[in-house]
Design a protein around this ligand. Sequence first.
Ligand SMILES: *[C@@H]1O[C@H](CO)[C@@H](O)[C@H](O)[C@H]1NC(C)=O
Ligand SMILES: *[C@@H]1O[C@H](CO)[C@@H](O)[C@H](O)[C@H]1NC(C)=O
Ligand SMILES: [Zn+2]
Length: 989
Amino acid sequence: MAAEALRLAAAVLLLLCGTLSFPLGPETNPATTCGYESCHATKANMLNVHLVPHTHDDVGWLKTVDQYYYGDRNDIQHAGVQYILDSVVDQLLKNPDRRFIYVETAFFYRWWKRQSPSMQQTVRQLVDEGRLEFVNGGWCMSDEATTHYSAVIDQMTMGLRFLNETFGACGRPRVAWHIDPFGHAREHASMFAQMGYDGFFFGRLDYQDRTHRMVQLEQELLWRASDSLPPPTADLFTGILPNGYNPPEGFCWDQSCDDPPIRDDPDLEDYNVNDVVSRFLGIAKAQATVYKTNHIIMTMGSDFQYENANLWYKNLDKLILYVNALQANGSKVNVLYSTPSCYLQELHRANLTWALKTDDFFPYADSDHDFWTGYFTSRPALKRYERISNSNLQTCNQLEVLAGPASRTGPFGEGESQTMKKAMAVAQHHDAVSGTEKQHVANDYARRLANGWQRCQVLVSNSLAALSASSAKRIYCDNLNISVCPLTESSRKFAVTVYNPLARPVSWAVRLPVNGSAYAVSDAKGAAVDCQVVPVSAATRGVRRNRGFAVNELVFQVQAPPLGYSTYSVSLLQNGPPPASMKPRHPAAIQNEYLRVTFDPDTGLLSSLANLETKQSIKLTQNFYWYNASDGNNTESNQPSGAYIFRPNSSTPFIISQTAKTETVQTSVVQEVRQWFSPWVSQVVRLYAGSRALELEWTVGPLPIDDSLGKEVITRLDTSIQTAEVFYTDSNGREVLRRKKDFRPTWTLKQSEPIAGNYYPINSRAFIKDDADQLTVVTDRSQGGGSIHNGSLEIMLHRRLLYDDVRGVAEPLNETSHIFPDGLVVRGRLLLSLERPPVAADTHRLIAQEMVLQPLLTFTDGDLNPNTRLEFSGLQAALPPAVHLLTLTQWDQDLVLLRLEHQFQSWESKVSSQPVTVSLQKLFSTMEVVGVSEMNLSANQWKDEMRRFAWAPQTDETPVLKTFQDISPWEVTLRPMEIRTFLLRVVLR
Ligand SMILES: *[C@@H]1O[C@H](CO)[C@@H](O)[C@H](O)[C@H]1NC(C)=O
Ligand SMILES: *[C@@H]1O[C@H](CO)[C@@H](O)[C@H](O)[C@H]1NC(C)=O
Ligand SMILES: [Zn+2]
């Protein structure tokens, strides 16, 4: 108690003095020489070759993350991370000149926990002396195409926090390192810049782009990764590695390689030093011609290498010795052990200007028929599960903070969020949510998420019990999307609590599987809520198989307050009206107060969409098609479609059906036209009362393969909008990028795959527009898409393939499960909105956000205890619409991490693209904020201590954007697209 009061007083005192940097002083420890100071000296008048010993350790791919750690299942792939770290530490101790970088904290953390205190001390010393250096340092090396920024920030925060807490400032990586991801997102670059990295290196980019950059000496560049944040906030120096992430040809000395060792005994027959040195000099000099400075980098390592590090280091020691020995005879090549940050420091010292890039590195092709655009959609069920898991985790994190310690130990036992945090963090890996892992590994990621969610459920139940003063047992229904929920299917009286993780109130349509035909629903104030009962569709019965038996769905609108819940009571009516009836065929139109959609009388397809508020209308047809996946047998190339690569046999997809069989249900709450295209494709066109979005709920699968043809199913929207072959996609769920068919902004494209070469990742939304109309499609997971024809937007929904695409996974992407031995069925939703540009953004931006962070439903059976608190908000007031509460999570005892985000781009909206000020003190209803300090985006540095290298662009036409000062440390101002991260000291009220 006394201690708490003291700290509180200190925080208030600091506030009065106007400085708020608690709780630590400067991070530098003068006794150590890690970081840039620990780099080996270079020679100004020579070509300096930086040798970077490294290992690339996938956090799951052909084996699960645990199998990789232990070196289990070496029959699948010889790889054991624990042995790599053992061996490297041993070898680093043998020669202080040696260097090693380590990247994936998910593995390092596992290893560290199992080391003795003396080994930990030894490793600490290696880190303090810069001999072992962490780069990137997130829990994993995330995929860039299919990850959502919120989950990427979380996984980076988790890894970097472990490094800081274990090693202090010397554990802080200076360089971001994405050597393997298959294309690079602009939003990742923006995040890395805001996380304080001085530079970024990667290995893969389009082969034409690379050729162009080699000629132009632009393999090192300055990436300006935001058009809203004032430079240099989102500027990131970016280097493209010379050889992917492999050693130069002939210089792989790992136990997994066959290159000749350096045989340096002149008495022996096989003496080869002269040969090795001259080959090396040749490669170094050739490499220097395509980079700008007298420094070049060579990555000495590859996938899971250094398990027997002696082999590598023994030969590298000799290489350095013999190459540098020639300097005595006038050689101008200097080789050294180095790290990416030491190399970066030399580039920075060169004081040059660098080409400025403002677009991104998608799509990635490694040859003319080999576009890595299939993984944008691969494993659509896992992609959705990952996305909904993020939503559930954010809810779990928020409730842990809002209810305090009661959430961790309460009536339901010990709850915790750590398991789910780790499961989400490994799921961001570039072979996880990307869908490019083996099937058993995909199952492992899903199992981890499910385990995590179970632990979080206990926490959520405890929190809701504390906040509502009711310890009634909470039941979770994770299969509502297929109308399965044992409680609602059988109960005559139950309550549903809707928790809203957004910082503004939301309305949401709830659909509950039931077997009664009439129900009464009342809200938290006891008022009756309009509700309707509609029959469960044949498609839903098909996809749920034998997992539930509801015949009807109860549908009603709920409202939930910001960061809070509202509880609705549901009871079965004995003598109520019958359920709404299905009518055969479709009406000419369905409409609500905002939207009107019409259907073609003959085909049953959509024919137009109108916004009744803005009085705009477009022609809109939508249908389903499939591309025949290449089996690799054709004249241009033998590349098949696979988990990574999308390669249709023909640019014209097959139509699944010209017409849809339809039936319709129309009620005061919802109107649905159910379309049936084939036994494996159906859809519901759905319009809820009061909604500004038209919902298309698609159900696709099992994709038939009895014709021996792999299938890639798309839906295509064809409109009257004049798009001039341009469309727009979001980057990791944040800023939007312009895409033009057969065009790349920084080089002249020779297009060789007219469909696959025009596909881009759609993370949460894509749109097409002209001067009058903007049609936005919000997706519920990452998907690939393109605009191949004027006015058209296509989205790939599902893929089932019969061949491996020869990129290592060595399995065809042919997903089945015990419930779906005949092939996975996947269901999802697209939300369509029609707006008037250029002020279009508000509606679709908010719809997209509601799709990412969804309300969580919990159920209690029977009557509610009369003392139950039926409504609660964790905020004193809703945040302004432009502000998104991105993170609220427990950091430490009485410390919470808060991220606030301005969610509009600077040009996006007249109303919302303005700076907004938020008061931190008046934010929460359950706790008082007594101290605040601002951190960098990844929360591993105090904001005022963040210093980054400055880099100059060759040309700079970016308009100068205004910066703003906070009114006070408690009143923080957010500019368009800005995310601000705060550590708050809180006291529960
Ligand atoms: C880094 O970790 C140390 C403990 O090792 C902690 O005291 C400090 O607050 C951390 N720094 C940041 C920025 O979180
Ligand atoms: C870097 O270059 C600029 C412009 O050429 C020059 O003004 C500046 O002094 C240089 N800085 C260093 C440290 O050499
Ligand atoms: Zn990898």
